[in-house]
Write a protein that binds this ligand. Structure first.
Ligand SMILES: [Zn+2]
Ligand SMILES: [Zn+2]
Length: 386
């Protein structure tokens, strides 16, 4: 980037993590006995050429030029290895204060790094507090799992806990990060399903299977309290587990965890995409095959073709496919003459076969540390691809 102020990007997107919940490499693959087929993706992380296959939990940092030209730093998700990601990338790219953390959902790989944010706020080390933006249900999960992060009265030991200001955000209701002019619209997508009956476990009534009994004067036992309606048998229903994606300014659609996009969210995304081509889409793609909670290559590429953004960076990978193999598959989605199939790996062959038919689109795999720049006139460049 040039040093001229007019060259300053409107948005800088830094991928802090691009792997699924387990991260890559897997210890299992690195220590496998010799009689097992080696996992080339995980083993490659031990070599300089394989560094792009080191993937922490999906997370991103954005620096966005607000209304007064001041840059606002927003972090999306702080998962199990956020601390290590921050140590690697914050100094390298001159990041320090965090103006807002927005959380997609309440899984460990999206929010278990909240405690590490004490590194910013303890004794005002970097800043007095951090503003956190979550859905009501994620807030409920934080309260349940880490009560001290919500109310200091639950802190023990030295009471060295982070200082947060909590903000509840809602589906398709845009919000502004403080008074910065930076606007973000959350929207709900399905991210697998709840493995329970209605209502969700956190709010379920006390189980009624074992009724306490008390002896009465006649010597017989009777229930201490009557069976309530809550204990009547219910028909199990499968509910989608909901997760936020985010529309950032009108420049980035970020969806890191998705198995299905519901119709009302499609309506929002398509209406944004017809106003002008979306500069950047970040989209979940776990592996070739779809998973209960994540898109596979086929679903991800179909989503890209429907939204038709300028550039798509896939994220949230498992170790099934290596970075270089995803590059080949991405290029095939762009209608590029792919490399001769005779040189392709099994995964490249299967992947390109799945997505070759259809409108050409620009898709590449993200990797940890990848930086993408969006200019005021919606030009997109990054530091890895042409
Ligand atoms: Zn592996
Ligand atoms: Zn998740």
């Amino acid at each position: 980037m040039g040093s001229n102020a007019s060259d300053t990007p409107s948005i800088e997107l830094l991928f802090l993590g691009t792997g699924t919940s387990s991260s890559i490499p897997h210890l299992d693959c690195l220590t496998a006995p010799p009689n097992r087929t080696p996992c080339l993706t995980c083993l490659s992380t031990l070599t300089p050429e394989g560094k792009k296959n080191i993937r922490r939990n999906t997370s991103a940092a954005l620096r966005i030029s607000g209304k007064d030209g001041k840059r606002t730093t927003v972090v999306i998700d702080v998962g199990k290895n956020f601390q290590a990601a921050a140590v690697e990338w914050f100094p390298k790219y001159g990041l320090r204060e965090i103006d807002a953390v927005i959380i997609t959902h309440a899984h460990a790989d999206a929010m278990n790094g909240l405690d590490d944010l004490r590194g910013w706020t303890l004794g005002g080390a970097i800043q007095p507090h951090i503003d956190i933006y979550v859905s009501q249900s994620t807030f409920g999960e934080v309260q349940r799992s880490f009560p001290y992060l919500v109310s200091k009265e639950f802190a023990s030991g030295g009471g060295d806990v982070p200082d947060f200001e909590w903000h509840i955000i809602e589906d398709k209701v845009p919000f502004e990060i403080k008074d910065t002019g930076v606007r973000i619209t959350p929207f709900l997508v399905h991210h697998g399903r709840l493995f329970s009956t209605n209502p969700p476990p956190a709010f379920a009534p006390t189980p009624c299977t074992t009724q306490p009994t008390t002896p009465n004067l006649s010597g017989r036992s009777s229930p201490a309290r009557p069976l309530s309606d809550a204990c009547a048998p219910t028909t199990p229903k499968i509910h989608p587990y909901l997760c936020f994606g985010f529309l950032i300014q009108d420049s980035i659609i970020y969806i890191s965890d998705v198995s299905l996009i519901p119709d009302d969210t499609w309506a929002l995304l398509e209406s944004e995409s017809v106003k002008k081509p979306m500069p950047v889409l970040v989209l979940d793609c776990l592996r070739l095959r779809a998973h209960t909670s994540h898109m596979g290559v086929r679903e991800a590429v179909a989503t890209v073709r429907r939204l038709n953004p300028k550039r798509t960076y896939m994220t949230g990978f498992s170790h099934d496919i290596s970075h270089d193999e995803y590059v080949t598959i991405g290029k095939a989605a762009g209608g590029d003459g792919p490399k001769a199939t005779i040189n392709m790996s099994v995964m490249e062959l299967r992947g390109t076969e799945m997505i070759r038919e259809g409108k050409p689109v620009w898709i590449r795999p993200s990797h940890d540390g990848l930086r993408v720049f969006i200019s005021r006139d919606d030009k997109v460049i990054d530091e890895t691809y042409d």
